[in-house]
Design a protein around this ligand. Structure first.
Ligand SMILES: [Zn+2]
Length: 933
């Protein structure tokens, strides 16, 4: 009898969805996938999202979980030395080859190592025949032809130690404490990819080579080529080049680490001297299927996403109440490990309220488990999901290389289907049409199981921390609370502009700028809107309104309030609607707008899809005409601020930041204040409101820009309605120069702070006044980028003393024009002095004209390449317009780019370096660890 019911249910299921739940998902045929006889998998996708460029990836199904005990850290170590010598690219050959063509290490050439995978990338390579072959050849070498010389291995030990040091902090130490609980003492708990430093510093070469030979092999490798290429040509090249790589015989089994089940909840309490605020993470592990996906899997994952979306919105609604016990919380259902997902809940409690916070968020989860979801929540979520699908479909040919690689990775590593999004949506629509509240209710019930639970508490020394006993008691209490009632919402369908009286204006005049292919509208209220149609990215429209003034016009007393303006505005909602109501009003729409305050400007920044341009302009209208300031939200903001001050009081990186500020500007510079209790006491609701109104009340001196996939005839009536109708005054503003001064022209100080894991933090800067010209922009930038190449070679590669030295330079335009150079890095305290002298030496060499032509060439080539590739993006057209109307020049004119970049020579860089050294201002602040007693 039992059997029969199951069969019957299955039959009903079939009828309901009009599809066989067991049928496989529709596959995106535009991504070519194949497997060579040696087991190597390849993916090829042709896309012109970036013109004349392709990206090359190798996805190794290999990560730190495969390490033996004496290899902890070597999966990641191997990833580093894979860049330091292969059969066809000796030494730094890989980096040099691509840097010469304008790629930048770290940005375009990179890799990462995880528990279960190691992925290498070379992005946005120009598609010349030579470089297509080089790209494939690097992937080929990464498969099986690493040199792994003794010298390169030894040289990398220091770099990895410094990578460990720069990432090591209170958060990381506590993360390590939580691993055995999260992963139930499985191998994951002992395989954090960075590994053990005693192994990294001392391992025998053989241990690394063994790992490489065991695991870097064709049956565990996939390569992917995505870009402006011909699929058949690339496939033929892949077959010719990669088929020759031999498959490994008697290969070790690529095992998958399973996390054992637990009946009782696992618990950890972690505390750290550098962590002063609590955090609670509650999770429930589930098995993840690695089988081929079916319609039933899609259905399940849609239901799961809907459930966590609805739950998240209920919880954020709770967090917006001033008397909530928590500052924020999130729930989600995500991948935890290769074969596990987790339903998880993260709670940031208010100080001293760990138990109440945990209880409050858990109550919302249990409420949903008991009562499910309301019809209005469900229909709103369907609207949001449908909008998501429609947006994705409209933009499907504009998917970035990175986004394409992500679906390829999920296919290779987790066996997720690369679906045809249009066909997937039609299945999803059938599902949405028949969706019952019971199906969603059952989904949350299935996620909230009694077993496989874990709880990681970040506690605070000396505080009332949530213990295992109390946590279990709270869970028991909440689950058995008979007074719990179902969620209700009293929210009726209104529109964004309900209750608003808009006096429509009109377009007074219209002029075309032929050079830019743009149009400038002057509206009846005097506002100017510069518009350009651009559909390089379909279905995307960008908005900007910019005005001079910014924080430079805010007096010292109001400055702390000005710093928090963005927070309060965002938490206050807009027009008639609170921050809880606003997303409900906007459900099913893709439009955003946010006001912000810079040093010398105030800006409204927005974006939308083509169908939602009207909503975007309504938002802009409201931010000028009817901003909302919510006193309840301000109370919530105050508790956030209090908690933030506690949190940063012990955080090393925050302390370093404060030390630099006070060393450079003195202890009480009113325009460079440290974010502490005194600062917070000077913030007020009334002041924030006054600052906002002073900056955004008058739209007259804003210049508006709209660029994207919206036609003029569709835009014009909307401009009449929402922009020409904004009331204005005749007042126009500019900015003032209120830049705070450094304590002296050459600040040179060492300061110390107490730390758990010692590191030294070096900060060097130089600046000099100059003129605002295109040439000065690029000469300044080039000086910084050449310095970056020098410091990577010296501090990282030669000395092994720094993981990631960061050098850069830029031209500051306002309030004074400056060439500004900055150098920052963390390093081993014992080496700091030597490393700092190397930096100075490199700057001196530049000032003496000792500049390598190849460094200059790499740098200038990268500017030309970035410029060319940026043209595939609507953002390029936005910059074209803002540069023309705000900075006064046409950047497409050869005299404003090509002629400048092509003519920059070593002498230009030398002159700037010399001027900076002899006539500029500088600081050198070295933050050291306080000697421990
Ligand atoms: Zn690394």
């Amino acid at each position: 009898m039992k059997k029969l019911t199951t069969l019957l249910l299955l039959f009903v299921g079939l009828l309901m969805f009009g599809q066989d739940l067991n049928s496989s998902l529709p596959v995106d045929e535009t991504i070519k996938k194949g497997v060579l006889p040696n087991g190597l998998t390849y993916y090829i996708k042709s896309t012109d999202v970036v013109k004349d460029a392709a990206s090359y990836y190798i996805i190794q199904n290999v990560g730190s979980v495969l390490e033996n005990d004496d290899q902890q850290g070597l999966a990641h170590f191997l990833e580093h030395v894979a860049f330091n010598g292969t059969e066809n690219f000796e030494g730094k050959g890989i980096l040099n080859t691509f840097q010469e063509k304008g790629l930048v290490f770290g940005r375009d050439i990179n890799a990462y190592t995880g528990f279960d995978e190691t992925v290498y990338n070379i992005d946005n390579v120009p598609t010349t025949p030579e470089l297509i072959d080089k790209g494939l050849l690097v992937l080929h070498d990464w498969c099986n032809y690493l040199l792994l010389t003794d010298e390169e291995i030894d040289a990398e030990r220091g770099v990895i130690k410094e990578e460990w040091r720069t990432r090591q902090n209170g958060q990381m130490r506590l993360f390590q404490t939580s691993l055995p609980i999260t992963f139930n003492h499985s191998k994951y708990a002992e395989r954090l990819p960075i590994g053990l430093m005693r192994i990294v510093e001392n391992f025998e070469y053989k241990a690394l080579r063994d790992f490489y030979h065991d695991w870097y092999r064709t049956d565990l490798q996939a390569i992917a080529v995505v870009g402006d290429i011909d699929v058949d040509t690339i496939e033929a090249k892949i077959k010719a080049l990669f088929s020759k790589i031999p498959a490994v015989k008697n290969a070790r089994e690529r095992f998958i680490v399973t996390i054992p089940d637990n009946q009782e909840m696992l618990y950890s309490l972690g505390m750290d001297k550098e962590i002063s605020t609590a955090m609670i993470e509650f999770g429930i592990r589930h098995k993840k299927s690695l089988e081929n996906q079916t319609v039933a899997d899609l259905q399940e994952s849609l239901l799961q996403s809907m459930v966590t979306t609805m739950l998240s919105s209920r919880i954020s609604e709770e967090a917006q109440k001033p008397d909530a016990a928590f500052l924020g919380a999130s729930v989600g259902y995500q991948s935890l490990a290769r074969a596990n997902n987790a339903f998880s809940m993260r709670v940031a409690p208010k100080p001293g309220q760990q138990e109440a916070a945990f209880k409050a968020v858990l109550t919302e989860v249990v409420r949903a488990v008991k009562f499910g979801f309301t019809p209005s929540e469900i229909s709103r979520t369907i609207k949001e999901f449908s909008n998501y699908y429609e947006t994705q479909i409209a933009k499907k040919d504009d998917k970035s290389h990175g986004a394409l690689i992500n679906v390829i990775k999920a296919n290779y590593l987790d066996n997720e289907t690369i679906t045809d999004i249009e066909k997937e949506y039609s299945i999803a629509k059938t599902l949405f049409a028949k969706l019952t509240p019971e199906a969603l209710h059952n989904t949350i019930k299935k996620l909230y199981t009694k077993h496989n639970r874990f709880l990681n508490v970040t506690g605070v020394e000396g505080k009332n921390n949530l213990t295992q006993e109390r946590a279990l008691a709270v869970i028991n209490e909440v689950e058995n609370n008979n007074t719990l009632t179902a969620y209700t919402e009293a929210f009726e369908g209104k529109t964004l502009i309900s209750g608003l009286n808009i006096a429509e204006g009109k377009i007074a005049s219209k002029t075309n700028n032929n050079a830019l292919a743009s149009t400038t509208y002057t509206l009846s209220n005097g506002i100017k809107v510069h518009y350009k149609f651009a559909d390089k990215q379909k279905n995307t429209v960008a908005f900007k309104a910019i005005s001079h003034g910014g924080k430079s016009l805010i007096n010292d007393d109001n400055l702390p309030s000005a710093e928090l303006l963005g927070n309060l505005i965002q938490m206050s909602g807009l027009g008639e609607f609170s921050a809880t109501e606003l997303p409900k009003i906007l459900a099913g729409k893709t439009a955003s707008m946010s006001p912000s305050l810079g040093e010398t400007t105030e800006v409204l920044d927005g974006s939308s899809t083509t169908k939602d341009v009207e909503t975007m302009l309504q938002l802009a209208h409201l931010y000028f005409v009817k901003p909302r300031f919510d006193e309840q939200a301000y109370k919530v903001l105050q508790s956030n601020i209090d908690n933030y001050i506690i949190r940063r009081s012990k955080d090393i990186n925050e302390q370093i930041k404060d030390k630099i500020t006070t060393t450079l500007y003195g202890d009480d510079n009113p325009r460079k204040r440290v974010f502490d209790k005194d600062f917070a006491n000077d913030v007020s609701f009334e002041k924030i409101k006054a600052v906002y109104l002073s900056r955004f009340e008058n739209a007259a001196d804003f210049e508006f820009f709209i660029v994207g996939d919206v036609k003029a005839e569709d835009l014009e009536p909307l401009l009449n309605k929402y922009i020409a109708s904004i009331p204005v005054t005749s007042e126009k503003e500019t900015f003032k120069d209120v830049t705070p001064k450094w304590k002296s022209n050459n600040v040179d100080e060492d300061v110390s702070i107490a730390m758990e894991d010692p590191k030294t933090n070096v900060n060097i800067a130089l600046k000099i006044e100059t003129d605002y010209t295109v040439k000065n922009q690029f000469v300044t930038k080039a000086l910084g980028d050449i310095l970056q190449l020098r410091l990577t070679e010296t501090l990282r590669e030669e000395e092994g003393g720094v993981y990631s030295p960061r050098a850069g330079a830029f031209l500051v335009k306002e309030p004074k024009v400056l060439s500004y150079v900055s150098i920052k890095f963390d390093c081993n305290p014992d080496l700091a002095e030597k490393l700092v002298s190397i930096v100075h030496n490199e700057i001196s060499k530049m000032a003496k004209g000792e500049i390598k032509q190849e460094d200059l060439d790499k740098t200038l080539t990268s500017y030309k390449k970035s410029r060319e590739q940026s043209k595939s993006n609507n953002g390029y057209d936005m910059t074209l317009l803002t540069t023309f109307y705000r900075d006064g020049y046409n950047m497409e004119n050869p005299s404003n780019f090509d002629e400048v970049v092509n003519n920059i020579n070593k002498k230009d860089i030398q002159n700037l370096a010399k001027k900076l050294q002899t006539k500029g201002q500088s600081f050198e602040i070295v933050v050291k660890p306080l000697a421990k007693n």
